[in-house]
Design a protein around this ligand. Structure first.
Ligand code: SAM
Ligand code: SF4
Length: 417
């Protein structure tokens, strides 16, 4: 697995140099001139912990959570004050953990961000199904949230049991969503669970849209080595058949594919905290992606607060990109949207895409992974499956390695990927 990702990395970056994450950081970040900048805020608290989940989170405690948010607001000002004028940003996403647990403090966080940034394309926030009540949704809506994403995982009791999650109360979700509408209502599902069939997923998809969702995300189960999960993902062939059936079903229904794993029933319904050219991340484990660097905040809540108390950024590791590394990063996340416009690449890097990756694109077309029309590349069903397949390797050899270290050490010296 590592050999495959390492060889691909060497080929595409034209270098044997790995991604080097060092325990260093810039107190001043180079975001002032960035176009297409997004914001991300991480809330690492959950009411119960799911054993399959890799994200940075701890069990909710009101006391620790309030202390954390006070520090998060300070981090926002530490970064935001670096820009004298208000900076235009596209979107803001709250992820976790379970950010809806801090619904009553969301407006305070948004107000802090509004002091430094002008958010143009709306604000998204993740909820656990338990948080989908008229009361919580109203608080979120009044705070300025325009998009919500609910972690359903499955509407079928059998799979909720396998995942160790509670049975979903479909009626109460329906009532709450009817009472408090949002521009985007997205629902998360996990597929490739043991014995899961297309009929199971069709039921999930149909139920989601009938309850008021206009966007769904169907993620393949990823078996991170550091989690306690004993649920094994499905073999490759069955997984591919399932992915192809779900995709064909959604496309035939007229839903558009907004990224590898997401489908929308309305063109304006969008939910993605990942496919952005540059972003600033706030909170534990949040990442920041800029033209020259990628940085990760510490996963440790106490260490995070201590750094902020010293008026220092809570960055744990920084990767300083070579140009080719940045290009690969850009391509990896852009193609996640299943579309790649060569003009966007040229605008971002100042060089034509064909000059840098003409040969690779030619092979991808020959292998039937991509089609091209006037410089716009579109991923085929086959391409989407192999992207997923490669992403799984990437996640298991890169993210798995990094997160398993970051969960144990607040500030590791060095990580090579
Ligand atoms: C932060 S959670 C969503 C909000 C809320 N905490 C919840 O669980 O309902 C983000 C999403 O990641 C997905 N996820 C978590 N662990 C996963 C795994 N091991 N493989 C695939 N998807 C996973 C789930 O679909 C989950 O809804
Ligand atoms: S899946 Fe959601 S609720 Fe479960 S541990 Fe992960 S973030 Fe928390």
């Amino acid at each position: 697995m590592n050999i495959l990702t390492n060889l691909t990395r060497m080929w595409l970056t034209r270098s044997t140099k790995p991604f080097i994450f060092k325990s260093e950081y810039d107190q001043q970040l180079s975001f002032k001139t960035c176009s297409n900048l997004g914001l991300y805020v991480h809330i690492p608290f959950c009411k119960s912990i799911c054993n399959f989940c890799p994200y940075c989170k701890v069990l909710y405690s009101k006391e620790i959570c309030d202390i954390y948010i006070d520090h998060l607001i300070q981090e926002i000002h530490l970064v935001g004050n670096q820009c004298s004028d208000k900076k235009k940003v596209t979107s803001l996403y709250f992820g976790g953990g379970t950010p809806a647990l801090v619904a009553n403090r969301v407006s305070e966080i948004i107000n802090a961000l509004n002091e430094h940034f002008i958010i143009t394309d709306g604000i998204g926030l993740e909820l656990h199904p338990d948080n989908v009540t008229v009361e919580i949704l109203s608080v979120l809506k009044n705070a300025g949230i325009t998009k919500i994403s609910i972690g359903i995982q499955s509407f079928q009791n059998k799979y909720q049991r396998i995942l160790g999650r509670k049975i979903i109360d479909i009626d109460s979700i329906k009532k709450a969503l009817r009472a408090v509408p949002f521009e985007t209502v997205s629902m998360d599902f996990i597929f490739a669970l043991p014995e899961q069939t297309f009929a199971d997923l069709k039921f999930d998809i149909d139920t989601a849209f009938s309850l008021g969702a206009n966007h769904i995300a169907i993620y393949p189960l990823i078996d991170f080595t550091f989690t306690d999960s004993n649920v094994k993902a499905m073999p490759k062939k069955e997984k591919r058949e399932l992915l192809d059936s779900i995709t064909t079903y959604c496309l035939n229904k007229g839903y558009s594919r907004s990224s590898i794993w997401t489908f929308s029933s309305e063109p304006e319904a969008k939910y993605s905290s990942m496919t952005r050219e540059n972003f600033l991340g706030f909170g534990c484990s949040a990442t920041t992606l800029l033209y020259d660097q990628f940085k990760i905040n510490t996963f440790d809540i106490a260490a995070y607060c201590k750094r902020i108390d010293q008026q220092m950024l809570p960055t744990s590791l920084t990767l300083r990109f070579t140009q080719r590394q940045r290009m690969i990063y850009w391509l990896f996340w852009t193609i996640y949207s299943t579309k790649l416009n060569s003009r966007d690449f040229e605008q971002f890097f100042g060089v034509p895409l064909k000059n840098m990756y003409g040969f690779e694109l030619w092979i991808a077309k020959k292998l039937g992974f991509l089609t091209e029309n006037n410089g716009i590349y579109t991923m085929t069903l086959k391409g989407a499956f192999y992207y997923h397949y490669y992403e799984n390797f990437y996640t298991l050899s890169y993210i798995n390695k990094m997160w398993s270290i970051m969960r144990k050490e607040a500030f590791p010296d060095l990580i090579l990927l």
